[in-house]
Structures are given as C-alpha cells and as structure tokens.
Design a protein around this ligand. Structure first.
Ligand SMILES: Cc1cc2nc3c(=O)[nH]c(=O)nc-3n(C[C@H](O)[C@H](O)[C@H](O)COP(=O)(O)OP(=O)(O)OC[C@H]3O[C@@H](n4cnc5c(N)ncnc54)[C@H](O)[C@@H]3O)c2cc1C
Length: 453
C-alpha cells in the first residue's frame, strides 16, 4: 500500500513525485507509456514564461511567477538545461502598444519584476535581426528557455533516486474507492494507495471521472512547430513573441536550449487527443506569421516539424485541488504548465500537509548528474572518434557529437529504457541534421549490447 500514487509522468506528475520524495512516505509514479515525458511535456515551446500573460487572480498567474523563480535553482540541482534569455513581445502600431500596456499592468499585478515597455532603437540593439518596422516591445528579463523533456526526465530520475517506485507501461483504467484508500486498476496490476494525485495531462478529465469527479472537461488544442538545424537559433538571443490573440500567446520565434531556431505554435482544437501530426497549410501560416518578427531565416535549414497537444480545461484555469479526502486533481495544466510545474508540485504538497503530517527525511538527495556533457569537438576530432573501437570516447552520433559514454549512461540509469526514442531524448543522438540515419543502427547495436549485458 503506497501513501501516495501519482498518475502521469510528465513535468507535473514527475515534479509532484519528486517533491513528495523529500518526505518519509511510500510514493509511486504510474505512467502508461514506455518512458516518462510522453505527453505535452515532450512537445512544447520550452519557454519558462515571465508571468505577465496569465491573468491576474488565476492559479496560472500565481504559479507561473512562482515557478519561474524556482527554475535556476532546480537546474543547478538537476542539470536538465535552462538559460535565462529575456523575452520581447513585439508591437508594430499604437493599437498593439495598448495590448502591451495591458500585459505590463497584468504582469505587475502578478508580481513580475524587470518588466518594461521599450522602444525601437533599444529593441533593435538587443535583437538586430528583428523586423525594423517594430515600434515597441514588452521586455521581460525573467523569460528563459529550457529543454522540457530533459527536465521531466531529470525530475523522474531524481524522484526514483529518492525512493519513488516508477511503473512504466501501466495504464490506469479504473479507480476504486475503498474505506480509507484507493485501488488503481491498471492493465498490469492493481496498485493500492491512501492518496491519489491525478496528473494525467490531456486525459486528466478521464482519470478524474474514474474517481467520480466529473465537473470539467479537457479540450485538446494542438500546437504545431517548425524546428531548424542546430546553430540557427543564434538569429535571436531572447524569446520573441507577438501580441497575444484570443487563442493564446501567438507565434513565437525562439532558440531552443540546444540552439535550434524554432517557430510556432498555432492553436487549434482537435478531436483526437493523440493527433500529433502537422499540416502544410498550418506550417505555412506559422512561417508567414513568424516572418513578421524575424524577416530573414533560411527555410533550407528546416530540420523537422512536430506538434504537441495542450490540455485546455473548460474551466479556464488549472484545476489543482483535493476533490475529496485522498483524491487530488492536478488537471488542465496547459501553458504555462511547464513553467509553473515546480510551484504546482509545492502547492500539492501543501494541500496534502493540511490533512497529513509529512516528516522530512534526512537522506533526500536533491541532485542529479547531467547526461549530456558539454564538448567542443571540431570536425577533425569527430572524424577521429567515429572510427575508434567501441569505448566511451567513441562518437556515435556525428551531428550532435554524442559519445558512446553518454549513451551508456542514459541506458544504465535508474529509469529502465531500451528504445532509440528514449536514448534520443536523453542524449540528442538522432536529433541532428541526418535525423538518426547515421547513428540509428549504432544506437540499436549499443542498446542490444548494453541492455543484454
Ligand atoms: C504546443 C504547446 C506549447 C506549450 N508551451 C509551453 C511553454 O513554452 N511554457 C510552458 O510553461 N508551458 C508550455 N506548454 C504547457 C506545458 O507543456 C504543459 O502544461 C505541461 O507539459 C503539462 O505537463 P503534465 O505533466 O501535466 O502533462 P503531460 O506532459 O501530458 O503528462 C501526462 C502524462 O500522463 C500519462 N497518462 C495519461 N493518462 C494516463 C493513464 N490513464 N494512466 C497512466 N498514465 C497516463 C501520459 O502518458 C503522460 O505521460 C505548452 C503546451 C503545448 C501543448
């Protein structure tokens, strides 16, 4: 019998599991996929938002600002990749300037610091490649970029280090309420717990209904992206937004944490919660809209397109509450859910503390070593290392300079993975120009060798 069971291993669930692993309690994390970070947490903009956009008075507004302030320390502990870049919301006329004034006022109410409206000369000094027609921008110094799936993986690894049991490939399909506990019926086993935390993302309404709580629905909203080759992200230093529309923050131009230019996302309601395809017409719209911010980028350097599904709740705000003793929803966590996630985890621990006495354990280890080690291999060094006999220094992925040692590290950590996709998310092998054509077979061979031993 677990004290706490968390359903869903995205940034919300993995964050809650890690936060609970600080205490003397038996905790498990249940995920239906064969790896953590399988939902929205693996396909989003990766922006650590400043907190000026989420409406004052909402949970989103409060938790965004709190979460933003926690990222630097978290990254120092967990080494997932985070960089404070600053962000600019561009305005091209007086009407748009009024929208910036609204964001500025909202941000100040939310407690965002370092927020100001700046004019064309300063904007172009900060970002010389932007459209020279820009007139004003809301400048938020607290905006940053992170590697979202590496963040979710780091949270989950550290939770496991601190005693959390992770059950992958366990889909919860029913929740039975007992006297003082719950039975979670999964496709593999029955898991018993005193308290259940629902962090099932786009399926959080379905999981909530399993426990008899059905006052909200999730509206899946797709966002599509175009990602460019490594190095192209140098075109901008900060995250470049346009003024928000009724569908959200609009099309942004950013560098990913790893230096790829990225454009997107749009926002469209979809019926199928697994619909992560991309469509030519939408991609064209994204390119044309992004050109207004950044008039010159090389489409020939396009690497791939992808999309993610937002868990938009019909209530308009995050749903974070104990619905009845022992059943806690962390549902409808759409954007800025990545940014808010550390604060969401803290909020859930505080909800639990109102009912249960949680005692801190001395053995909690907040730290996790990185998998990707920074390197500066030049072409000659990569060529030399590609031909080495199998050893940790051998280069396996020549586009991203990934070594055999990094892949061995990923495959032998405390989350049991054995797919190329899982290795790719942890090491970047296969994320480069050739998209895994060169390294794919080598990674397969390593998986076989390392996992069989
Ligand atoms: C296009 C897009 C752009 C975004 N950009 C940003 C951004 O820049 N900044 C920001 O702060 N936020 C952003 N967000 C929001 C952010 O990505 C999400 O809020 C966050 O990732 C939600 O995490 P989660 O853990 O709640 O959900 P998820 O990551 O979706 O995780 C839920 C998990 O639950 C599992 N699951 C579901 N049902 C079951 C079941 N029955 N049994 C077991 N497991 C189950 C799923 O497999 C999944 O792994 C964006 C989202 C999208 C889609």
């Amino acid at each position: 019998m677990y004290d706490f069971t968390v359903i869903g291993a995205g940034v919300t669930g993995a964050g809650v599991a890690r936060a609970l692993s600080r205490y003397k309690a038996d905790v498990c994390l249940i995920e239906k996929a064969d790896d953590v970070s399988n939902g929205a947490s693996k396909a989003n903009s990766g922006i650590v938002h400043g907190g000026y956009a989420a409406k004052n008075g909402t949970l989103k507004g409060r938790l965004n600002v709190l979460g933003n302030r926690m990222f630097e320390d978290l990254n120092n502990n967990l080494n997932f990749g985070y960089r404070k870049t600053g962000g600019l919301v561009l305005a091209f006329d007086e009407e748009e300037r009024l929208l910036l004034e609204g964001l500025l006022a909202n941000g100040k109410k939310n407690g965002v610091k370092d927020l100001e409206i700046i004019k064309r000369d300063r904007i172009l000094k900060l970002e010389p490649n932007l459209n020279p027609d820009v007139k004003y921008a809301l400048y938020s110094k607290d905006v940053g970029v992170t590697s979202p799936y590496e963040y979710a993986i780091a949270l989950a690894e550290n939770a496991v280090t601190n005693g959390v049991d992770l059950f992958l490939e366990h889909e919860v399909y029913d929740i039975i309420k007992m006297d003082n506990s719950f039975e979670l019926i999964t496709d593999k086993s029955i898991i018993k717990a005193h308290t259940v935390i629902n962090a099932a993302g786009v399926y959080s309404d379905a999981v909530s209904k399993m426990a008899g709580v059905n006052y909200f629905n999730i509206i899946p909203r797709k966002g599509q992206y175009i990602l460019f080759q490594k190095g192209t992200g140098a075109a901008v230093k900060s995250v470049i937004f346009q003024v928000p529309t009724k569908n959200g923050k609009g099309i942004l131009v950013t560098s990913t944490y790893h230096g790829n230019l990225m454009l997107g996302p749009n926002s469209e309601e979809v019926e199928n919660r697994e619909d992560t395809g991309t469509e030519e017409m939408t991609l064209e719209y994204i390119i044309n809209t992004a050109l207004k911010s950044l008039p010159d980028f090389d489409l020939k350097k396009k690497l791939k397109t992808f999309s993610g599904i937002r868990s938009t709740p019909n209530t308009g705000d995050f749903i974070i509450k104990e619905e009845f003793p022992g059943f806690i929803n962390a549902a409808g966590i759409e954007s800025p859910g990545l940014t808010s996630s550390p604060a969401v985890a803290e909020m859930i621990v505080n909800i639990i503390k109102k009912r249960i006495n949680l005692e801190k354990k001395n053995s909690f280890n907040p730290n996790r070593e990185p998998i990707i080690k920074p390197n500066s291999f030049d072409v000659a060094e990569i060529k030399r290392r590609i031909d080495l006999a199998p050893c940790d220094d051998r280069i396996v992925c020549r586009c991203e300079g990934v070594t055999e040692g990094e892949i061995r590290d990923a495959l032998t950590r405390n989350i049991d993975i054995s797919t190329k996709k899982a290795v790719k998310m942890r090491t970047r092998a296969g994320m480069g120009f050739c998209q895994g054509k060169f390294c794919g077979p080598r990674v397969d061979e390593l998986i076989e060798r390392i996992k069989i031993i």
